[in-house]
Design a protein around this ligand. Structure first.
Ligand SMILES: Cc1cc2nc3c(=O)[nH]c(=O)nc-3n(C[C@H](O)[C@H](O)[C@H](O)COP(=O)(O)O)c2cc1C
Length: 281
């Protein structure tokens, strides 16, 4: 008889499904709800998954390749495969090591992390855990942008990722229904009280960011780092991001956690790629 692993820390996982099932068994229900839920009626969340059932791989048989090479680079960061891990806040809710563990795993795989501002650990702590993987620091277009960006750079990161699709927290019904209010320490890894209002203190359902592309362009130009615009779903927004000086576009609907209903990220990717036409990755 076969069994699925029950102790996530020591399990010998063979498939993603086993990891998912073990995580759901290990996490308190309200934490699993926060991890898995989308905004509103979760139409966007479902659309993301459904889109992957409509796109297929087009095999090219008899190519003669004996040693496939999936390596690439983005913004000067070498990657063994074209995958970066997304920034997700509150990581200490899911595992004590949170993004420290994610970064170590990325380093072992030869890829890189986008490390979140509202994470449990500071940019510097994640960088100390796995310097090779801690390459991109995510932050919000908010009052503290300059000081946060400086800390990202001081910790050795080589690019910024600015989340532009989170002016307010999405309306997450599952989290509301479970009265999900974790200890704020899980978001506070990068909180520094230097007199500038920081995002963690206002995270919630209030307006937290009201910047325009012009304001972001000015703020980003003051930093000497390439930056990714994260949360682009239309060709117009991609043009605006490039106009504001973005070095890369991250086509994303935030995993369906912000606008509902919105287009599936995968469905809008080809049109946006056509508009961007290789000007930026
Ligand atoms: C639990 C959780 C927390 C997240 N926190 C953040 C965050 O703090 N900042 C951010 O930009 N995105 C956050 N995201 C969104 C992810 O970065 C990512 O956009 C999402 O998982 C969908 O992946 P995709 O963008 O590759 O489509 C979070 C996602 C999850 C599931």
């Amino acid at each position: 008889m076969t069994s699925t692993p029950t102790d996530p820390a020591n399990a010998d996982f063979l498939a993603l499904e086993e990891i998912h099932a073990a995580a759901l068994r290990a996490l308190p229900a309200e934490v699993a709800g926060y991890l898995e839920s989308g905004a509103g009626t979760e139409q966007t969340l479902r659309a993301n998954r459904e889109a992957f059932t409509r796109w297929v791989i087009r095999p090219r048989p008899m190519s003669g390749v004996t040693a496939p090479d999936t390596s690439t680079q983005v913004l000067g960061i070498p990657l063994s495969l074209p995958v970066l891990t997304a920034p997700f806040g509150g990581d200490g809710l899911f595992a004590p090591d949170g993004h420290l563990a994610v970064a170590r795993a990325n380093a072992a795989c030869g890829t890189a992390s986008i490390v979140p501002e509202v994470g449990t650990f500071s940019y510097a702590e994640v960088a100390a855990a796995a310097p090779a993987a801690a390459r991109i620091g995510q932050l919000h277009p908010y009052e503290s942008f300059d000081s946060v960006a400086k800390r990202i750079r001081a910790a050795g990161y080589t690019a910024l990722c600015v989340t532009v699709d989170c002016p307010v927290m999405g309306f997450r019904v599952r989290s509301r229904m479970s009265r999900f209010r974790p200890d704020p320490v899980v978001w506070s890894g990068n909180v520094v009280h230097d007199g500038t209002p920081n995002i963690t203190e206002t995270y919630g359902n209030r307006i937290v960011q009201s910047w325009t592309w012009d304001r972001l362009a000015e703020a980003a130009a003051r930093q000497d780092l390439p930056w990714i615009a994260k949360g682009i779903l239309t060709s117009e927004a991609a043009e605006q991001a490039i106009g504001a000086g973005a070095s890369a576009i991250l086509v994303s609907n935030h995993g369906g956690r912000q606008v509902d209903p919105a287009a599936a990220s995968l469905d809008v990717l080809p049109g946006i790629a056509e508009t961007v036409a290789g000007r930026v990755p």
